[in-house]
Ligand binder design. Structure first.
Ligand SMILES: [Zn+2]
Length: 371
């Protein structure tokens, strides 16, 4: 019995197994078959030399918008992920319970990329950029959201809500309250977008362990740091309580200075995601490896950024038994990277330019064992 594919000689970074060393990775029938120091070439039908490259679990981007054709935000996942090392994307609530069936049939099922989704607490989901989906609280439907989540556990991960004044108008934290109600009914988690105009301490006080704050380094108001540049105590407490902080870069939600100040104080995000959508795919976001490169520039080692976009991301969506690791028997979603050294120009969401000396370059993406 030969392995289908052997990745030979690369440095395997897999937080789930505590690996950051040279290992060979063998794949058979779409699953990881062996991870060992030396697997002979003759044991495999095909071998790819990945010497001096990094072999990681396929990246998981827990905040994207891929409901192409139905929402103004939606990109085609397969147009970007297979060249980016990203094997799983989670749509951050583009579908509401009303538009979910179309998402399942026309987006998730036909895609090469593994597509999962949060369901928005607003029945209409995130259809149209400038109009707040929760300006009218009547769109919130916790019972229907919970039912949809329960029926479609294979591709859903939780409830999405956006808590900025622009999205909720005068409804304050009522949308979040209803999102938590839906999540409790379906025994799942909430992803909460933060932005200006709704009290962040109030939001943090409502979230439960395992719930996710996305846009944690946003700088539009109601940030995680105060006017003196210190992390607010409620953010530290939320972190201690097990609330997960995610980057969700986006077109307006990654503020370089806030990220820098937070990280200087040891406040590192748990997960790194892109919030990739039509408004940032041609810059400043481009793809997940670019966002990871930015966090490397801010001081995180390669192994840490990889963990935050693989194993930690899988834990945030409660899929760590299958995704985000290279354990034998799990799905063979694998990425191979090179780290380029030089001078690379990056931008945050506010037009701030910074020069990084490293760039993560995708060499190979393997999804269910297929290159
Ligand atoms: Zn988003």
């Amino acid at each position: 019995m030969k392995y289908d594919l052997l990745l030979k000689g690369g440095t395997v970074i897999d937080a789930a197994q505590g690996l950051n060393e040279v290992r060979d990775v063998a794949i058979s029938n779409g699953t990881i078959a062996a991870v060992e120091p030396d697997i002979p070439v003759r044991a495999a039908t095909h071998t790819i030399s990945v010497k001096d490259r990094y072999v990681t679990p396929g990246l998981i981007d827990i905040h994207t918008h891929v409901y192409y054709g139905v929402t103004t935000w939606g990109i085609r996942a397969d147009a970007v992920c297979p060249t980016a090392g990203t094997t799983t994307v989670v749509d951050a609530g583009s579908p509401g319970w009303v538009t979910f069936p179309g998402f399942r049939e026309f987006i998730a099922e036909p895609a090469q990329t593994n597509i999962l989704t949060y369901i928005h607490i607003s029945g209409i989901g995130l259809v149209y950029g400038p109009i707040g989906e929760m300006l009218d609280i009547a769109y919130a439907a916790p019972r229907q959201v919970a039912e949809t989540l329960q029926k479609h556990r294979d591709i859903t991960v939780g409830v999405k809500v956006r808590q900025g004044k622009m999205q909720v108008g005068d409804n304050g934290v009522e949308p979040l309250k209803l999102a938590i109600e839906a999540a409790e009914r379906a025994e799942t988690t909430v992803m909460c977008h933060i932005g200006a105009g709704v009290s962040l301490p109030e939001i943090l006080g409502m979230l439960r362990p395992g719930d996710v704050i996305t846009h944690c380094f946003q700088g539009n108001g109601d940030n995680i740091i105060d006017e003196k540049g210190r992390i607010i105590p409620e953010a530290w407490k939320a972190r201690e309580d097990g609330i997960i902080f995610d980057v969700g870069h986006g077109a307006g939600s990654f503020h370089y200075e806030i990220a820098q100040r937070a990280m200087e104080q040891g406040f590192i995000s748990d997960v790194i995601s892109t919030d990739l959508h039509t408004g940032n795919i041609n810059g400043p976001v481009y793809d997940l490896p670019t966002t990871l490169s930015k966090l490397m520039h801010l001081g995180l080692p390669l192994a840490d950024v990889i963990e935050k976009a693989t194993f930690s991301a899988a834990k945030a969506i409660r899929r760590e038994d299958q995704l985000g690791n290279l354990k034998v028997g799990t799905v063979a979603d694998v990425a191979v990277f090179d780290v380029l050294e030089g001078q690379f120009e990056y931008f945050d969401s506010h037009g701030t330019k910074f020069i990084g000396d490293k760039k993560l370059k995708t060499e190979l993406t393997i999804r269910e064992g297929k290159v």
